[in-house]
Design a protein around this ligand. Structure first.
Ligand code: GCO
Length: 260
């Protein structure tokens, strides 16, 4: 359907070398978008580009840290020179440090905020300049259950993802007049390398998440592709500042007793 087509569009996915970012990038490419991905690790970038190429997708990669504004300026300028307009930005790059707040060095807290929140601001602001001129653009911020809920030992990540929800709403407010739709996707708990440490069999958290999620399972990264395509396409032209939670129902419920 044309409404969901991304043919002729260029999508920049920060990170995009694995996990949720790769699954969303594949969805955007299947809908017709040309991909640009970023990484701070040469080997990961090379492997990811080979993966996309093997699927017949057009993909380019750039090596820089989204928290380094000078590098971001240099690389976004290069992207636009080499690929033309960036129509879609997915702020996916993120890190997490699982440690109790009382034990977390301030520099570690700052690093998580820097990558997960400030990096999204830096990239959005850079890409928005062209979008404002063209009166057209899509920005999708990858939020989290932690945009709405707290959890022990992820304080910095929750603060960043809570901030990312409000950054989404505020940029949506400022840029909607230019026909730029800024929205978010809030994944629930997904089977990725980022959650591998808390997903091991026998880990009480693993059972907890399965019982706490009405769908009764961890998410598969592919579960996010459709929402990414939707928010990147013409189908979402009158949606601004919304976070769509793709969480198997987790946020819809207080959960149920273990023996129910
Ligand atoms: C954690 C998990 C979560 C998920 C995701 C949930 O430690 O609680 O890593 O943060 O990754 O963000 O939406």
């Amino acid at each position: 359907m044309e409404l969901f087509s991304l043919r002729g569009k260029t999508a920049l996915i920060t990170g995009g070398t694995h996990g949720l970012g790769m699954a969303m990038a594949e969805g955007l490419a299947q809908a017709g978008a040309k991909l640009i991905i970023t990484s701070t690790t040469p080997a990961k970038l090379a492997d990811a580009l080979a993966h996309y190429e093997a699927q017949g997708f057009e993909a380019s990669g750039y090596l820089f840290d989204v928290t380094d504004e000078a590098a971001a300026i240099e690389n976004v300028t290069k992207m636009e020179a080499e690929h033309g307009a960036i129509d879609i930005l997915v702020n996916n790059a993120g890190i997490i440090k699982r440690v109790l707040a009382v034990d977390m060095p301030v520099e570690d807290f700052r690093r998580v905020i820097d990558v997960d929140l400030v990096g999204a601001f830096i990239m959005s602001r850079l890409v928005a300049k062209g979008m404002i001129n063209r009166r057209n653009g899509k920005i999708i911020n990858i939020c989290s259950m932690m945009s709405e809920l707290g959890r022990t030992n992820v304080t910095a990540y929750a603060a960043a993802k809570g901030g990312l929800k409000m950054l989404t709403r505020n940029l949506a407010t400022e840029w909607a007049p230019y026909n730029i739709q800024v929205n978010g996707i809030g994944p629930g708990y997904y089977a990725t390398s980022q959650t591998a440490p808390i997903r091991v069999d026998g880990n009480p958290f693993n059972e907890f998440i399965i019982s706490r999620t009405p769908a009764g399972r961890w998410g598969d990264p592919q579960d996010l592709a459709g929402t990414a395509i939707f928010l990147a396409s013409e189908a979402s032209n009158f949606i601004n500042g919304q976070i769509i939670y793709v969480d198997g129902g987790l946020l819809a419920t207080i959960g149920k007793p273990a023996n129910e």
